[in-house]
Design a binder for this molecule. Structure first.
Ligand SMILES: [Zn+2]
Length: 361
């Protein structure tokens, strides 16, 4: 006999017992009407209660199910955001990348320091507030790979070091030493003489597009220089940056230089194209400016869009990672956030704030 039949026998036995019990119950019911009504009433309210109980359970289950589903969806959505933020922080921590503000400290700058640094914008609107910055004599450590018009010329120290490197490489690549520096630092008084002479010759509107007003020339900082050509016979010609001299335009960013007044940006710079006028801004900035086809005015505007929380990320040609961001100058002192354990430079933009350049690796 199978187990199923055994259970069937048991069920039959149970069913029989139940019928007997029901009969007994009916006998009691027949004996008392009141009892019957009471029992009937009980049965009715019990059914009602049971139906209600089922309904309540169903509703409770539905509410719980909805709540759980909503909680799941909500937490998943919220979780994604928190997870993404946490993952970014964790990834930065793992990579050792400074996290703002945890890994930053403040450097205090005064309002006048907006006028200091290699990223100071100097043009017809923003004057050079210095008469020479960290000047050295151009004949110091002179490498003989280019020519100079006289030995008392002065230039900014860093600018001159980078010029020496660039001209040595130019000489090696192109094979001549015809490049001549006709001007580097120019004092305010000399600029004034040049400007007045130009205005006298061309009138104020036209003259001012060729020579900057005294106080508004980059030459006054010592960060800029002008190139001329002088061949082996001593003939001096204008530097047009063409032919083999296009090397300067093609390579100057590697040394931190930009062609300050590009042909297609005259309406922004306010100065006619001068292929010979070259300005030092620093390698990473010069590279970015060139790669993005900007002039210096446009670059200064671009950086203003980036705060310490949303820095301009840039990987240079040597695969170094940089973060560049702007901190607006306050009246009085400005707290400039910088990472505690990274090399950085702070330069004023000569307009309204500070530019922080951080080397990340
Ligand atoms: Zn110049």
């Amino acid at each position: 006999m199978s187990d199923t039949n055994e259970y069937s026998d048991y069920d039959r036995y149970d069913l029989h017992k139940e019928r007997r019990a029901n009969r007994a119950s009916n006998d009691i019911d027949n004996n008392s009407e009141g009892e019957m009504r009471r029992r009937g009433g009980l049965k009715k309210s019990k059914r009602y209660f049971l139906r209600n109980k089922t309904f309540l359970i169903a509703v409770t289950v539905a509410i719980y199910a909805t709540a759980i589903a909503m909680l799941f969806l909500f937490s998943r959505d919220l979780g994604t955001n928190i997870k993404a933020a946490n993952e970014a922080t964790v990834a930065q921590n793992v990579l050792g990348i400074p996290v703002y503000p945890k890994d930053y400290e403040n450097v205090v700058k005064t309002k006048s320091e907006v006028n200091d640094g290699f990223l100071t914008l100097i043009n017809n609107s923003y004057a050079c507030e210095h008469d020479g910055v960290d000047l050295v004599n151009i004949s110091e450590n002179y490498n003989g790979k280019y020519q100079i018009t006289d030995y008392v010329m002065q230039a900014n120290k860093t600018t001159l070091e980078q010029m020496d490197k660039m001209f040595a490489d130019f000489s090696a690549a192109v094979g001549d030493n015809d490049l001549m520096i006709s001007c580097v630092y120019r004092s305010m008084s000399l600029q004034n003489e040049l400007y007045n002479a130009e205005i006298e010759e061309k009138g104020e509107t036209e003259g001012s597009k060729w020579v900057a007003r005294a106080g508004y020339s980059e030459h006054q900082s010592g960060f800029s220089f002008d190139l001329t050509l002088r061949d082996s016979e001593g003939t001096i010609t204008e530097f047009d940056g063409k032919g083999k001299y296009a090397w300067i335009k093609d390579n100057c960013e590697k040394y931190g230089f930009i062609i300050r007044y590009p042909e297609e940006k005259t309406d922004i710079t306010g100065i006619y194209h001068e292929p010979w006028h070259i300005r030092y801004v620093g390698v990473v900035h010069a590279e970015y400016i060139k790669a993005n086809g900007l002039c210096f005015e446009e670059y200064i505007e671009e950086i203003k869009k980036h705060s310490v929380k949303d820095p301009l990320m840039y990987q240079d040609n040597d695969m170094n990672d940089w973060r560049i961001y702007f901190v607006p100058a306050e009246d009085g002192e400005t707290k400039v956030p910088v990472p505690k354990d990274r090399d950085y430079e702070i330069s004023g933009n000569n307009v309204d704030g500070f530019i922080v350049t951080v080397k990340m690796n």
